[in-house]
Each structure stands twice: as C-alpha cells, then as structure tokens.
Ligand binder design. Structure first.
Ligand SMILES: *[C@@H]1O[C@H](CO)[C@@H](O)[C@H](O)[C@H]1NC(C)=O
Ligand SMILES: *[C@@H]1O[C@H](CO)[C@@H](O)[C@H](O)[C@H]1NC(C)=O
Length: 241
C-alpha cells in the first residue's frame, strides 16, 4: 500500500493547516496584513498632494503660451518651456533638468517615441514626449493623473463606447484620469508636454516592461533609469518627494 507514504505534496498540504486553530491563525494573519496594506495605501493616497509643486493649470497656460509664441516649431517651443520653468521655480523647491539634448527612446503600450525628462520625482513627472513619425498604442492603466498638453501635431484618442475619435490640437490638454484607459495615436508627428501626478513609481513598470518583453533595448533602458534616478535623487536632496 504505497498511498500513505507517497511524495511530499499531501504531507505539505496537511502540515500547512495542521489544526482548525492553526488554520484560523493563518487566515487571520493574512487578513490583518491585507488590512494594514490597505490602510497604508489609502493613507499614502491621501497625503500625496502635499508634495505637488506644479499645477495642471499653470502647465497648461505655459504650454499654450509656448504654442502661441512658436506655432508648429517644436525646436523653439521646448527651450521656451524650459527657460520659463527654470525662471519660475527656485532650485530649492524643485529640481529640473535643463539639458534638452537628453532624449531617450521609449516603447510602452505598443507606442514608440522619444522623451526628454524635465522633472522626475516620486509624486510628479514632467516630460516632452513625441515622435516626428507618428505612433499609436494603449495609454496604459495608471495610478496617476495624466495631463497631455499638445505642443505640435495632433493626438487622437478612442474611448469606447464613444465611437467618434477625440482630437487634441496644439494648446489643448488631454486629461487622462487615473484608472482610465484609451487607445491613442500621436498623428503624423506630434509632441506633447506630459505631466503626471500621483505615486509615479507605480507607473514605471508600464514605461519599462517592453524592454524585457519586446525591444531588448538595454541601452535606452540604462539611460532612462540613470536619468530618472539622478533626477529623483536631486529632488530628494532638497526635500521634494
Ligand atoms: C511662464 O509662463 C507663464 C504662463 O504663460 C507666465 O504667466 C509666466 O509669466 C512665465 N514666466 C516667465 C518667467 O517667463
Ligand atoms: C546634455 O545631454 C547630452 C546627451 O546626453 C550630453 O551629451 C551632454 O553632455 C549634456 N550636457 C550637459 C551640459 O550636461
């Protein structure tokens, strides 16, 4: 009769829950852990606002002013935005990256473009994202609010069950509330000032997963991580979370 002393599997299952009391303790512990995680998350969610430096409204005004000053000219719009921000915000309040030559390629949600990271901290990021070629993909499901200020070109979006496309033109902002998903297209060359606020580290897997599952572009990955880490540290050093 080999049944009683067979492989470890039934024995393990038995020992994992040896008695009703043990079983209760195990599940009670799990419930307490889940509750503590839930409380921590909702606490973090409530306090995140205190670290925001930018506002969606002021960035929208800035994007509109830049578009008015240099319509259709992304090479002039970017320095306009960066010099405005470095004048408006003291380096003791927020660290900005003024090097507009620092572009990295990025693939996420099926779309591909280049990005220049102007600001990256734990609760906010501000980038220029776009491509002269046009691209199309999934917005990604995010825990942060996303504000896409169109600078040149057009962005199109599909938000079922609404079957007409949404069109966003220079000077307009496409707000994607957290948790909301759409299909989007940067139509025929579009660049945008993208501002996200929320717990940014939770967004990074979406932004970087394609490196491992698809592009294997470890060069861009390395520079993206290097610049993001450097900017996060510069901000942490002045107390900007
Ligand atoms: C930056 O842009 C905003 C919005 O257009 C404007 O109100 C502000 O005066 C500008 N600041 C500087 C220093 O140019
Ligand atoms: C700006 O970034 C480019 C590209 O990474 C780099 O070659 C250059 O040295 C940087 N300039 C400064 C002043 O850091």
């Amino acid at each position: 009769m080999p049944a009683k002393k067979s492989s470890g599997k039934p024995a393990q299952a038995a020992s994992a829950c040896a008695s009703p009391a043990g079983c209760f303790m195990k599940w009670a512990t799990r419930a307490v852990i889940a509750f503590v995680v839930y409380l921590t998350c909702s606490f973090l969610d409530r306090i995140k606002d205190r670290w925001y430096v930018f506002t969606p409204e002021s960035l929208h005004e800035l994007a509109q002013a830049a578009v008015r000053a240099h319509p259709g000219d992304i090479n002039s719009i970017i320095p306009y935005i960066v010099s405005n921000l470095t004048t408006e915000y003291s380096p003791s309040v927020i660290a900005l990256n003024p090097n507009s030559s620092e572009w990295v390629l990025n693939n996420a949600g099926g779309a591909m473009g280049g990005m220049y990271i102007i600001h990256a901290s734990i609760t906010e990021y501000l980038i220029i994202f776009g491509t002269p070629l046009g691209t199309e993909g999934h917005t990604g499901m995010h825990t942060a609010d996303d504000y896409f200020n169109i600078l040149v070109g057009e962005q199109w979006a599909f938000d079922p069950p609404k079957l007409e496309m949404e069109v966003y033109r220079p000077g307009e902002v496409h707000h994607l509330p957290r948790g909301h998903v759409k299909q989007y297209k940067m139509h025929e060359g579009c660049f945008a000032l993208e501002y996200a606020r929320g717990w940014i580290p939770l967004m990074l897997p979406f932004g970087l997963a394609d490196v491992f599952s698809s592009t294997l572009d470890y060069w861009s990955f390395y520079h993206t991580v290097r610049i993001t880490a450097r900017e996060n540290i510069r901000n942490l050093l002045i107390g900007k979370i």
